[in-house]
Design a binder for this molecule. Sequence first.
Ligand code: CTP
Length: 397
Amino acid sequence: MLKGKNILLGITGSIAAYKSLFLIRLLVKEGANVKVLLTPSAKEFVTPLTVSTLSQNPVYADFYNLETGEWNSHVELGLWADMMLIAPVTASTLSKMAYGAADNLLITTYLSARCPVFFAPAMDLDMYKHPSTIANISSLERFGNIFIKPTSGDLASGLVGEGRMAEPEEIIDILRKYKNSGALSGKKVMVSAGPTYEKLDPVRFIGNFSSGLMGIELAKEAEALGAEVTLVCGPTHLEMPEHIQVISVVSAEEMAKACFEHYKEADIAIMAAAVADYTVKEKSNTKIKKKANSLSLTLIPTTDILFEMGKRKKNNQFLVGFALETENELENAEKKRIEKNADMIVLNSLNTPGAGFSKPTNQVVMLTKNGEQVSTQLKNKKEIAKEIWQTVVNLVK
Ligand code: CTP
């Protein structure tokens, strides 16, 4: 369950910080991407070098990198995370989280994070039992954060009692089993992704450069937000996400059939696939032989899947299309949204360097049926997927 998840681990100044090093190792072993935030006092307990080596990522501790003058964006880090885990969390950090006392990078990031936040306290037994600690823990639970209860045993003070941070294996188990009650829980989502291949003969096809990455990230993000997801995906070399129902298709016709089938049950559908507009009229069963001069092929239109889904759309369904334009982009995209009866269209521009087809990054403008335009920066497609879902979630609320 944690494979490919972006996990932000916050470590605070407690003797239990040594256990966080094991946590990092276990998370990396699970296949998670781990970034670590240290509070100023955490650096007294674990070194940034150890943490960075284990997590295979830079460590974040200060608002600024004084050497380069760069700002460590807590907003970017908060958006990057699929899950935030603060372990160990001291009584001091607990109170800062409860009151929003944003005097270090960990707290500012906590306040910016939109993902589920887990916290595993570690402190002496009397501190743990103090009414202020109890009140702070219940405030965090009221905010929707997930409390990982400390265990009883020998404490660093020499006393024996409740206050030991939960063991790393136990924490990992809680993260693994966490079933998101996120913004899309209870919703059925269908996403189309990738190119289609239109066969000419047994060895050739007409295709396009779509990698499928945008649609795959959209499907993964929907799953992270608690949706039951079906991904209808054209031919791609990318790894298919786990825990998501994947219907692999090749041609536009196969994609249409699978989409229509699964759209019936869907609450939300996002059509990110680059579907061929034309297919070959007569496919050859044998390899087309080289001819002396030119070769002509007759192409016939495929079904416009989004258009057809727009026609079939029920009142409780929300339909999102993509538009790839090279000229009069906004105007053409809005025209497409109206023609295809989509509730929102995501405009990809081929004119923006780094955005669009077969690139890891994208920059989009979302045009909604309420006449709003929501633009993103150029970001990796995972981040773009998060922004698209935020906009959709706000519209379907
Ligand atoms: N689409 C579809 N079925 C097709 C063609 C496109 O469902 N046969 C969907 C795409 O998945 C996308 C949207 O329609 O969500 C717009 O695709 P795009 O290629 O930008 O536009 P087209 O409708 O194909 O028009 P044109 O190529 O003329 O711009």
